[in-house]
Ligand binder design. Structure first.
Ligand SMILES: Cc1cc2nc3c(=O)[nH]c(=O)nc-3n(C[C@H](O)[C@H](O)[C@H](O)COP(=O)(O)OP(=O)(O)OC[C@H]3O[C@@H](n4cnc5c(N)ncnc54)[C@H](O)[C@@H]3O)c2cc1C
Length: 428
């Protein structure tokens, strides 16, 4: 059986951060990086908007500000981002504060979906040139940490140390791995919300601040704003019983005057935390997702704000005729009534957030604005870590969004570095 000093599962930012740290350490070790797809499927491949300010992307249960900033410096030094300019921030901040909300000013960069792919290709080439073995298009299916090998859809491979960083899409896979290893975990938190799509003139703040981070009361926030050549997409998820459901998401290509569609999209999410009785955030989200596909005939739902305010279901004709001034960028969504599918408490707080946002940046509640549902973020696996390097069992490390150590590209990269530092100690 082939054997490596370090196996890294997942070629997203967590896996990349770890691989480059191992190389930079100068320790002589053989490294294998596996991914089930040729190019990682998370944020680097989709939109690649990177945030370089704490606490964006750093879950507070694992990161203190000093620690996060220490690692953010390393991420910045490696990625050398070109930070986007911002303007008029104080004006928006004052308006937000009047309403009991806040606008966080953060350092950001945006490569776009096309720029992200370019970055991934460059990083893969650097790794390969440095002697890292890349096995892309190979899916890991199981682990045996007693005999120190993994199984994939092609073979068995031995390891001395392993980092598993499968991202949000690998949330379910990671739970299976934790069951196999006997690692305790909880996943009691989930973000549920909608994606808003409108014309740029109805949300002009994006000309001043590419991805404005508004925080509203009751743990509601804006997330992942895209503009210019911006599109809403749907991501397919499968429950453990094999039922399919969708979460919507958004991304943008690099700004290009000839291709810009004049639209902007962003999520408004509410964090839901289960305490007593402790429930699984993933299972809760799956039930919501299944309810939405049931109502949408197998598709996510969409509704015009004008219809929502009137308590009226949106119809196909509301998206095709000239009644409103733009067509949805997501073709595969069903006109519907999202208030029938979304828990009322979540919807109430989200709508309250939207009204506040419309007061801060007037325009968002234009009748033509589209609300897509559901947008769900499954990144709340909280494994029981046994040290500060995200070790779960001797020689086994987790990192990234699927393992709850990050909520964004830079946080994932930082988690990968932190896990690699633990692995490097084992290599001594
Ligand atoms: C559509 C979309 C857009 C996003 N946009 C942004 C953004 O612009 N900015 C931002 O900061 N964050 C964004 N995010 C969040 C972002 O994905 C993460 O924060 C970041 O990519 C997490 O990094 P990661 O390394 O943990 O996981 P990922 O980047 O998701 O990488 C994990 C990799 O593991 C692989 N994998 C999973 N299971 C297996 C298996 N069993 N065997 C082998 N390989 C496996 C996957 O194929 C994947 O490539 C986005 C997420 C999505 C889904």
């Amino acid at each position: 059986m082939e054997k490596y000093d370090v196996i890294i599962v997942g070629s997203g930012p967590a896996g990349m951060g770890a691989a480059f740290s191992l190389l930079e350490s100068g320790k002589k070790c053989s490294i294998l990086m596996l991914d089930k797809t040729p190019y990682s499927t998370g944020g680097m491949r989709n939109d690649c908007k990177m945030n370089f300010t704490f606490p964006i992307g750093f879950p507070l249960e694992y990161w203190e500000e000093n620690t996060a900033n220490h690692y953010l410096e390393k991420v910045t030094a490696f990625l050398k981002p070109t930070i986007l300019p911002k303007s008029n921030i104080e004006t928006y901040q004052k308006r937000a504060e009047r309403l009991g909300c806040s606008l966080l000013e953060i350092k950001q960069t945006h490569l776009g979906t096309d720029g992200g792919l370019q970055l991934i290709k460059e990083l893969q080439k650097k790794l390969s040139d440095a002697g890292v073995t890349l096995a892309l298009g190979e899916t890991v299916t199981g682990i045996d940490n007693v005999n120190k090998f993994i199984t994939t859809d092609k073979r068995e491979i031995g390891y001395k140390n392993i980092l598993i960083a499968p991202g949000r899409q690998g949330f379910h896979f990671l739970q299976e791995i934790m069951k196999a290893l006997g690692v305790n975990y909880i996943d009691n938190v989930v973000d549920v919300g909608i994606r808003v799509e409108t014309r740029i003139e109805h949300y002009p703040i994006v000309k001043d601040y590419y991805d404005p981070k508004f925080y509203f009361p009751e743990k509601v926030r804006t997330f992942c704003t895209n503009s210019g050549n911006a599109h809403v997409v749907r991501e397919k998820y499968t429950t453990s019983r094999g039922d399919e459901w969708f979460s919507v998401n958004g991304h943008a290509f690099k700004a290009d005057e000839n291709k810009n569609n004049g639209l902007v999209n962003f999520a408004i999410l509410k964090t839901v935390r289960f305490t007593e009785p402790l429930a699984s955030g993933q299972e809760f989200a799956e039930h919501l997702g299944l309810m939405a596909v049931l109502m949408g005939g197998g598709k996510p739902l969409m509704q015009r704000v004008g219809d929502f305010r009137m308590g009226r279901r949106s119809k196909e004709s509301d998206f095709n005729g000239d009644l409103y001034d733009f067509k949805p960028s997501l073709v595969g969504a069903s006109p519907s009534d999202i208030s029938l599918a979304m828990p009322s408490k979540i919807l109430r707080y989200i709508w309250s957030g939207m009204k506040k946002l419309d007061t801060i940046v007037p325009g968002i509640l234009h009748p033509s604005t589209i609300m897509y549902y559901p947008e769900i973020k499954l990144y709340a696996n909280k494994p029981q870590y046994i040290d500060n390097h995200f070790c779960v069992q001797k020689n086994v490390y987790f990192a990234g969004d699927g393992a709850g150590t990050s909520r964004g590209i830079t946080g994932a990269w930082a988690s990968g570095i932190r896990a690699a530092e633990g692995i490097i100690e084992n290599l001594d």
